[in-house]
Design a protein around this ligand. Structure first.
Ligand code: IMP
Length: 425
């Protein structure tokens, strides 16, 4: 049985967690394949709100094995706290499996993340400050510590000493900061976290393949999104991993032949947290309206998100980069009541018109949007119980997206609740 991928098509916060939670009803395993606790997934189930950072969104389903794959970076303190918080609300994480090959986010990673950002001043990337970039940098430098090191105290201490041998001189010489203490870190990671995480550590690659070979259904859950991808996003304003569908292969340990369904999640407008180009950004009262109506504040950092009109140049590129087979359109209800809607169909730069993403960042920074205007609708779509009762203008908006993206919209989100996803034929 081939696997399914859920991937964000914009700059994150498209509602992947909510979609994954819904799709988990028909899944046996949900695997997070990249990122760390920079992610924030908000789920609303029976009026209870769950904010997840590391644990896959499938955790709320007793039939699902939640897996944190090798492509992620894990701060074990956050993972333990998240498991405790879920347990306090009656959610059992006993079935959670964690890859021994995932890298650890260490205390010096978050410190370095913040110090690098400070140093960049006005040019800062606007990271979540969680140490994600420095943790992936250590992975690439082959100087990182991994989850399996939590099971080997002696090896952990040796690798930690080696890491601090590099980090502490950097902290002192470049940032004028005091050294970090190996024994305090070891106490917290080995003393407090390792006993809690050890029972969950597993060969997740083997588990995923066993599941697929025995006909079970596996969902690969991306965090962040296509335009935060280290290779394909708006570099350098990106995260340090590969949220695109290819990252699902390396981050979970399977090849493209194991995947046959790729669901792209597209918000009905666009948001972005942090710095970087944003061609359709709205800095006027319509932008403020989208922030208010869409509650566009980060789950994780509380930051106000930047907002803008839907960008089909981005969406076409996301379809290409991820081999998207279908779309889930989210937050359509946020557009309720707007008299006219604009959708960006191309970028203009000097005398050039781009209907596909320009590869050069300087073009993207200076490009202006070419809009098509569509009628809005004056109805409460959040109350719609099925797609057939959506206003004609809303259905027109959906059809326009399908035609321009070249893939069908299968689900439409009209509110935060599980039941507020409408199926399209
Ligand atoms: P980092 O992943 O913390 O290094 O942040 C790099 C960029 O990705 C920043 O612009 C962040 O705001 C953005 N980012 C990281 N995680 C998320 C997310 O889950 N949603 C939206 N933006 C994110």
């Amino acid at each position: 049985m081939p696997a399914t991928v859920v991937v964000g098509t914009q700059w994150g916060d498209e509602g992947k967690g909510k979609l994954t939670d819904l799709m988990a009803f028909e899944m046996d395993m949900v695997v997070r394949y990249q990122g760390g606790h920079n992610a924030g997934h908000t789920l609303v189930v029976n009026d209870k709100t769950f904010a997840l950072q590391l644990v896959p969104s499938g955790v709320l389903h007793p039939n699902v094995t939640p897996v944190i794959g090798n492509g992620t970076v894990i701060d074990p303190r956050v993972l333990v706290d998240e498991m405790d918080a879920l347990a306090a609300r009656g959610v059992d994480c006993g079935a959670l499996k964690v890859s021994g090959s995932a890298h650890l986010v260490m205390p010096y990673h978050s410190e370095l993340d913040a110090l690098h950002e400070d140093r960049l001043g006005a040019d800062k990337l606007g990271t979540t400050g969680r140490g994600i970039g420095p943790a992936y940098a250590d992975r690439a430098l082959r100087t990182g510590l991994r989850v399996q090191d939590l099971l080997d105290p002696e090896g952990f201490r040796i690798r930690l000493d080696a890491a601090l041998g590099r980090v502490n001189p950097l902290l002192a010489a470049v940032f004028d900061r005091p050294p970090m203490d190996a024994s305090a870190i070891a106490e917290e990671y080995l003393g407090r976290c390792a006993p809690r995480i050890a029972p969950h550590v597993a060969d997740t690659v083997g588990l995923v393949h066993d599941a697929l070979e025995s006909g079970r259904r596996v969902l690969l859950e991306g965090a962040q999104a296509t335009f935060l991808d280290l290779d394909h996003g708006t570099y350098p304003f990106v995260t340090s991993s590969n949220p695109t569908a290819g990252g699902a292969c390396t981050g979970a340990g399977l090849g493209p032949g194991h995947i046959d369904r790729i669901v792209g999640v597209v918000k009905a407008y666009v948001t972005r947290v942090g710095s970087g180009p944003f061609v359709t950004e709205l800095t006027d009262s319509t932008g403020d309206h989208l922030v208010a109506a869409g509650h566009e504040y980060g789950t994780n950092t509380g930051r106000r998100r930047r907002t803008g009109w839907l960008d089909l140049v981005m969406l076409r590129q996301a379809v290409r980069l991820n081999s998207i087979t279908e779309l889930a359109l989210t937050k359509l209800d946020v557009l309720d009541g707007l008299p006219r809607l604009k959708v960006c169909v191309a970028y203009r730069h000097g005398g050039d018109l781009f209907s596909h993403m320009p590869h050069c960042q300087s073009v993207l920074r200076e490009a202006s949007p070419v809009y098509e205007e569509l009628p809005g609708w004056q109805a409460d779509t959040a109350a719609a119980a099925e797609a057939g009762v959506l206003p004609a203008a809303a259905r027109g908006y959906i059809s326009f997206i399908e035609a321009e993206a070249g893939v069908p919209v299968r689900l439409v989100g009209v509110g935060p609740g599980r039941h507020q996803f409408l199926e399209l034929p």
